[in-house]
Write a protein of this length. Structure first.
Lengths: 234, 293
């Protein structure tokens, strides 16, 4: 579904993503892990067109989207869910969700997708007329994910969904993400916190210094010495 | 009626009339900064050019009327604004210090447009015909129908614009960009396109202001700077990006202006605006209702 071929990205002068190649299958739960500040978020932003690709190619559903603008990428179904809120704070929950359906394809499906988001996050339905600035961290995270679904996402690229959340809320968020995957949306997730997500992910890739140092399925990750060293403290 | 009361009401009316035009121009200046993050120094020149275009139409076609002038000039101004964004702003955006650079470049554009007007139309001030002759005399004071029309048109523009911002998808996307530009990009709003529309809309609004004020004042090549300065103070006073703030600020300051001009004389008007500007910068830089910053 998504394929990266030797992608490089610079953040200003800094070479943040180095020769990253990977392949994500449709319907999968792909997790990118790695220490803070090692290029994981930069990689996601590059894929979604928020940062320019210096070299290499990004293919989405067989099409070369490397030079596409973000709105075109979103329209194609590849949607970024940011780690920082990046919500529209002075608007209501409902308006934020509606703006998620900005692209023409999503606008036609707005009612169906809204019903789906409300079913997935009943709390958002109760708060649909609340101004976003008043939401808690967990509620805001649900809203960012809901807004991503509203864009008629085929692949949700989620940046550190657990960031800044209490452990029990984190768990809830991951459960929701897993149920979104079960309903047919491919998940690409970036996390620092591995333990909680390991159960869901079916492929894992470890990034250090902008380079992929390990890639494989869950079993392989559990067996890999380096992965264990970095994350499981062994 | 007491002569003083009558005069005060007259001054009040004159303040409200100018306030309504300042308000729509203020909204135009405010959206261009709040949404596309550009301070447009050529704003006053577009004010002048809107009026000049109307003058050309009136002097080319003897049957010309104001509704047709608006129908022709406003789309032209809209296109001119979009063109400015494409040619002048887009290539500079996101480069190092681009906000200062665009300020300088739009300042250059202002000189270019002003002097072009000087070459094409000459230095003599040009009049526009009155929008409507005649007046009403309720309770002994005079109210010209032209003034009434100006207020009504400006109020209609503000209402339509408010609905556009809160109800339409494009309007909502403009609000979204002003609140979180990255968020707007994430949801797939084509921000470059919206920047162009914003420039177009802003230029059409100031062009409209130029046409509305021209029958009261004359049109001259550098005549856009003074209204531009006033509108800038209004927007700073009301809080950049706040439409309500702009409206209140326009009312307060234009009525003050009318009273100063009546009581102290017209020479005190500009110093008054400067003092307000300094006061805002010193005591409340975010403005009356400042939100967007």
């Amino acid at each position: 579904m998504l394929e990266l071929d030797k992608v490089n990205t610079y953040y200003g002068e800094y070479h943040a993503v180095r020769d990253v190649s990977l392949k994500i299958d449709a319907g999968g739960f792909f997790m990118i892990v790695g220490p803070n500040g090692h290029g994981k978020s930069t990689l996601l932003k590059t894929i979604c067109g928020l940062l320019p690709t210096a070299s290499g190619r990004v293919l989405f559903q067989g099409e070369d989207i490397t030079r596409w603008s973000t709105d075109r990428i979103v329209d194609a179904g590849l949607v970024y869910v940011a780690e920082a809120r990046h919500l529209f704070n002075d608007m209501t929950v409902l308006q934020n969700l509606q703006l998620g359906a900005f692209n023409a394809g999503a606008r036609k499906k707005m009612h169906g997708n809204l019903a789906y988001v409300y079913q997935l996050f009943p709390r958002l339905k109760d708060m649909s007329n609340r101004v976003v600035a008043t939401l808690s961290g967990g509620e805001a995270r649900m809203l960012t994910i809901g807004r991503g679904i509203m864009s008629r996402a085929k692949l949700l690229a989620i940046d550190e969904p657990s960031f800044g959340l209490a452990p029990n809320v984190r768990n809830e968020v991951f459960q929701k993400i897993e149920s979104i995957r079960q309903d047919g949306t491919t998940i690409l997730l970036v996390e620092q916190n591995v333990n909680q997500v390991l159960d869901f992910a079916d492929r894992i890739c470890l990034i250090e210094d902008g380079k992929i140092v390990f890639q494989g399925d869950k079993q392989a990750a559990l067996l890999d010495e380096h992965v264990n060293q970095v994350f499981l403290g062994e | 009626m007491n002569i003083w009361v009558q005069q005060i009401i007259q001054v009040l009316i004159s303040g409200i009339v100018t306030a309504s035009v300042y308000a729509i121009m203020g909204i135009g200046l405010s959206i261009i900064y709040g949404i596309s993050r550009v301070f447009n120094f050529a704003y006053g020149s577009f004010f002048t050019w809107g009026a000049y275009l109307a003058w050309v139409l009136f002097n080319t076609f003897s049957w010309m009327t104001y509704p047709i002038v608006f129908l022709i000039v406003l789309p032209v101004m809209f296109a001119l604004g979009m063109l400015t964004e494409r040619v002048v702003v887009r290539s500079l955006r996101w480069r190092a210090n681009w906000q200062v650079t665009t300020m300088m470049v739009t300042l250059g554009l202002a000189f270019l447009l002003d002097n072009l007007a000087l070459i094409v139309f000459g230095g003599f001030a040009k009049p526009l015909p009155p929008m409507f002759r005649g007046g009403l005399n309720p309770f002994g004071f005079t109210l010209s129908i032209q003034d009434l029309l100006m207020v009504l048109i400006a109020a209609a523009v503000m209402i339509v614009f408010g609905l556009f911002l809160s109800r339409s998808f494009v309007g909502m996307s403009m609000q979204a960009i002003s609140q979180d530009m990255t968020g707007a990009e994430i949801v797939g709003i084509p921000i470059k396109k919206v920047f162009s529309y914003t420039f177009g809309l802003s230029t059409a609004l100031v062009g409209m202001g130029g046409i509305l004020l021209a029958p009261r004042y004359y049109i001259s090549p550098h005549g856009g700077w003074e209204p531009f300065f006033r509108v800038f103070v209004i927007v700073a006073f009301g809080g950049l990006g706040s439409i309500k703030g702009t409206l209140y600020a326009a009312l307060i300051l234009a009525i003050f202006e009318a009273f100063i001009s009546w009581s102290l004389g017209a020479t005190w008007v500009l110093p008054f605006w400067f003092m307000v500007f300094l006061g805002v910068l010193a005591f409340r830089p975010s403005g009356l209702m400042g939100t967007w910053g």
